[in-house]
Design a protein around this ligand. Structure first.
Ligand code: GLC
Length: 436
C-alpha cells in the first residue's frame, strides 16, 4: 500500500498538469523514415554511422520549441535522451556515440532542459533501455535488434552485465547532471527482457536516491503492449508511477484490480511516426487532437503529444500549426483541462464532461436539435457560463421538453430562436458551477 500512496503523492502535479509534449529526435531524422529505421531496414552499426557523421542540426532552437509547447498549453515535456539506436543527445562520459562528437558539438539535452525550464515547463527524459549500438546488447536472436537474423553475429561474444553497467551509468548521469528532473520515461521491456533482467530494483533505488520526486513510467516491466503490475493491487517495486498506453486511449480509463484509479498518460503521434518522416503527411486535425485531449481528461488521464523534429532541428510546420490551434483553444478553455478529471456524470451523447470540484465542464462536440439536455443536474446548478468568454447562459424550458423532467436544457440561440449551431465547432465548453 505504501508504494501506491507514494505514487499518488508523487504524481499529484502530473495529474493536474494533464498535457505534455513528447519529442522524438535523433540521427533517424536524417533518413526520415521514423525512429525504427535502423532495425526496420536491418542496417548495421557501420552503415548507420553515416548519419552520425552527417548530423548537423543548424536550426536547433529549443527555446522556440519550448515557446510552442507553452503556447499550446503544455505543462511538461519528455525528450529522447537516447533512443533504441543508442545515439545519445546528451554528453555522456560513457560513450563517444553522442551529440558532442557530431557537427552539433553540444549537449542538446542540456539546451533543451534550460529552454523548457525557463518557460516554466517541467522536464522529462525518455531513455531507451534497449540499445542497438552497444556491443554488449544481444544482437542475433533478439526480437528487435537490426542484426537479429544475421548469422555473422550468431557467435558474437557479449556481456550483458557490461551493458547493464553502462545503462545504469547513463541513467546516473541523467539524474545527476541536469538538476531536478520531473519525469523519467524508460522504454521498453519485452519477452524475458523485463524487470530484474534490467536490474530494475537497483536502478529504481539509484534513481530515487538522486531524484526522490521524479515520476517514472511503467516500462521497466511493460511496453505499449501491456501495462504490467501497476494494474494489480500488488504492484512490483518497479511497476512505475503511471501507465503509458501508446497510440490508444483506454476505452474506460485505467483502474487497478480494486477499481482504484491508476495514473496514466496516453502517448500519441500527430501523424503516424514518432521520429521525423518526410513522407508521412497524415496529420490528425487540431480539432481531433483537442477532442482526444478532452477524452483523456474525462477518463482521468494525461495526453503526451509527440513532435518529431527534422534533421535541421526544426519541428515540422504542420505540427507547429496544430500546436498553435490547440493553443488558441486552450487560451480560452484550459480551466476545463488543468486540475480536471472524470466527472460525477455519465458520458453524454454530444461530447464529454470533465470536472474540477464544483466546476463541471460540458464539452459539446455536436449541436442539438433545439434544446440540449443534460441529465442529473436538476436543482444542482448555481450558475452557467460559456467558458470561452464568461458569458451567462440561461436554463431554458421549451414547450417540447415536458416529458424530460430529469433533464435541464440549454441552447446557444435566443429563447425565441433556438439554434443547432455551436459557438466553437471544435469544442464548445460550458461551465456549470454546482451548488455545494
Ligand atoms: C515505442 C517505440 C518507440 C517510441 C515509443 C513511444 O515503444 O519503440 O519508438 O519511442 O514507443 O511511446
Amino acid at each position: 500500500m505504501k508504494l501506491i500512496d507514494e505514487r499518488n503523492t508523487r504524481t499529484r502535479w502530473f495529474l493536474k498538469d494533464r498535457f505534455g509534449m513528447f519529442i522524438h529526435w535523433g540521427l533517424y531524422s536524417i533518413p526520415a523514415r521514423g525512429e525504427w529505421v535502423m532495425t526496420n531496414e536491418k542496417m548495421s552499426k557501420e552503415k548507420y554511422k553515416q548519419y552520425f557523421d552527417e548530423f548537423d542540426p543548424i536550426n536547433y532552437d529549443p527555446k522556440s520549441w519550448a515557446k510552442a509547447a507553452k503556447h499550446a498549453g503544455m505543462k511538461y515535456a519528455v525528450m529522447t535522451a537516447k533512443h533504441h539506436d543508442g545515439f545519445c543527445l546528451f554528453d555522456s562520459k560513457l560513450t563517444d556515440y553522442k551529440a558532442t562528437n557530431t557537427k552539433a558539438k553540444k549537449d542538446l539535452i542540456k539546451e533543451y532542459v534550460d529552454a523548457f525550464r525557463s518557460e516554466g515547463l517541467k522536464i522529462g527524459f525518455y531513455y531507451s533501455i534497449i540499445d542497438w549500438h552497444h556491443d554488449d546488447f544481444p544482437h542475433y536472436g533478439d526480437k528487435h535488434h537490426p542484426m537479429r537474423d544475421n548469422e555473422k553475429y550468431k557467435d558474437l561474444d557479449h556481456d550483458f552485465e557490461k551493458y547493464l553497467e553502462y545503462m545504469h551509468g547513463q541513467v546516473h548521469e541523467l539524474c545527476t547532471n541536469y538538476g531536478k528532473i520531473d519525469i523519467l520515461w524508460f522504454d521498453f521491456s519485452y519477452d524475458d527482457m523485463v524487470g530484474e533482467k534490467w536490474r530494475a530494483t537497483e536502478l529504481i533505488n539509484m534513481v530515487r536516491s538522486l531524484q526522490p520526486d521524479v515520476i517514472i513510467d511503467n516500462r521497466l516491466e511493460a511496453s505499449g503492449e501491456n501495462s504490467g503490475s501497476i494494474l494489480t493491487n500488488n504492484p512490483s517495486f518497479f511497476a512505475g508511477d503511471f501507465a503509458s498506453p501508446e497510440q490508444i486511449i483506454p476505452p474506460e480509463g485505467i483502474v487497478d484490480e480494486n477499481g482504484n484509479t491508476v495514473p496514466w498518460e496516453a502517448c500519441i503521434t500527430m501523424n503516424n511516426h514518432w521520429g521525423y518522416s518526410s513522407t508521412d503527411k497524415n496529420f490528425k486535425s487540431p480539432k481531433m487532437i483537442i477532442r482526444k485531449l478532452v477524452e483523456c481528461i474525462s477518463k482521468n488521464g494525461n495526453l503526451l503529444l509527440n513532435v518529431g523534429p527534422n534533421a535541421k532541428g526544426e519541428i515540422p510546420s504542420e505540427s507547429i500549426n496544430i500546436l498553435d490551434t490547440i493553443g488558441k483553444w486552450m487560451m480560452q478553455n484550459s480551466s476545463s483541462i488543468y486540475n480536471c478529471g472524470k466527472s460525477c456524470l455519465q458520458k453524454p451523447e454530444w461530447g464529454y464532461f470533465t470536472q474540477n470540484q464544483n466546476k463541471l465542464y460540458a464539452h459539446i462536440f455536436e449541436g442539438s436539435i433545439g434544446p440540449l439536455g443534460i441529465q442529473g443536474l436538476n436543482d444542482k446548478v448555481k450558475k452557467i457560463r460559456l467558458l470561452s468568454d464568461g458569458s451567462e447562459l440561461k436554463l431554458i424550458k421549451p414547450w417540447n421538453t415536458m416529458d424530460y423532467n430529469d433533464y435541464i436544457f440549454i441552447n446557444f440561440g435566443t429563447p425565441e430562436h433556438l439554434t443547432y449551431s455551436l459557438p466553437d465547432e471544435i469544442d464548445t465548453v460550458v461551465e456549470f458551477e454546482l451548488l455545494d
